[in-house]
Ligand binder design. Structure first.
Ligand code: ZN
Length: 319
């Protein structure tokens, strides 16, 4: 028996090393998409009919890629966009496949307000207004509406406001959707739209390559941040937006995660990790990823300046 136990102890690290060598998916990530039906990045100035068609095409492409990679995801909706363009039924039809395919919808408020600039009561009203389409859609699928993502990840710039909103959300049955990796996709998406408008296919290709390279750097950066702050990696929550850029690159983004040994899990699975129960007590006007928030709570000094920058030509494109 003892020999067996010793053998097992000796074999375990070997199994671990082998599983990495064989490309086993040892890391996990939950995918989240914001600003549905369509992120506004760079789509200003198009007609309502064009916007509806674009929303349909973008959502369809993202969902198809998710399906090909067996990746569950949650989409956060701004009801204000659903009731815009005199096309509420059209937009609801665009949102409903998110539920049919085993994914889910979450609340991203009605008008995407900045909590730093309004009262908690005004914010709460916006949250309630944000439920109009997603609540019945989720109910029809037999699921409760569970998650709220704060616009800009602004969770309250002072403790009083932060607590007031947190209490309200809890009472209403919400859990806060965190996020631990962002790749500034909205910055790339804005430049991408400007490039597409000029029909510059070469620049579009260059941007997509730069976007994937930057995404890889950010995944590694935030994994390293967690190792520094928490002592190990935890399930990630990836923040993305419903944009043309992500529609055109979703297959590549998902392949990138797979190549980096990630397996796709739901937001609920990711946030069931104990790290997500670390209480957040400090208030901030900024909307940092949760790794930075945990660092602050656990009193661990981290240097945000080490985070890779978006390439300057993309940052300044069209400005
Ligand atoms: Zn948003």
């Amino acid at each position: 028996m003892i020999a067996m136990r010793i053998l097992r102890v000796l074999l375990l690290p070997l199994v671990f090393v082998l599983s990495i060598a064989l490309g086993a998916q040892t890391r996990t990530v939950a995918l989240t998409f914001d600003d549905l039906p369509l992120a506004s990045a760079g789509s200003e100035g198009i007609t309502p009919a064009e916007r509806i068609a674009e929303a349909r095409s973008v959502n369809h492409a993202i969902l198809a890629a998710l399906k090909r990679h067996h990746a569950p995801a949650i989409a956060f909706v701004n009801e204000g966009k659903v009731v815009a363009d005199d096309a509420t039924e059209e937009y609801r039809k665009i949102l409903s496949p998110w539920i049919e395919k085993g994914n889910q919808l979450g609340n991203h408020t009605f008008s995407h307000p900045d909590l730093n600039k309004i009262s908690s009561a005004e914010f709460e009203e916006d949250v309630l207004k944000g439920e109009a389409s997603i609540q019945p859609l989720m109910a029809a699928a037999g699921s409760p509406l569970r998650y709220l993502r704060f616009p800009f990840n602004h969770t309250g710039e002072n403790t009083e406001k932060q607590h007031a909103v947190a209490d309200f959300l809890k009472q209403r049955g919400y859990e806060v959707a965190t996020c631990t990796i962002d790749n500034s996709d909205w910055v790339f998406a804005q430049a991408y739209r400007a490039i597409l408008r000029k029909n510059d296919t070469r620049a579009a290709q260059e941007l997509r390559s730069a976007y994937l390279a930057y995404t890889e750097k950010e995944i590694e950066y935030y994994s390293k941040l967690h190792r520094q702050v928490l002592g190990h990696e935890i399930p990630h929550v990836m923040l993305l937006h419903a944009s043309r850029l992500n529609a055109d690159t979703m297959d590549e983004i998902l392949k990138l995660f797979e190549r980096m040994s990630y397996r796709f899990v739901t937001l609920t699975q990711a946030q069931s990790d104990p790290a997500y129960r670390t209480p957040i007590t400090f208030a901030t006007t900024a909307g940092p990823m949760w790794g930075y928030r945990w660092a602050k709570e656990l009193n661990i000094a981290v240097d945000g300046k080490l985070e890779p920058e978006v390439p300057a030509w993309i940052e300044h494109y069209g400005h």
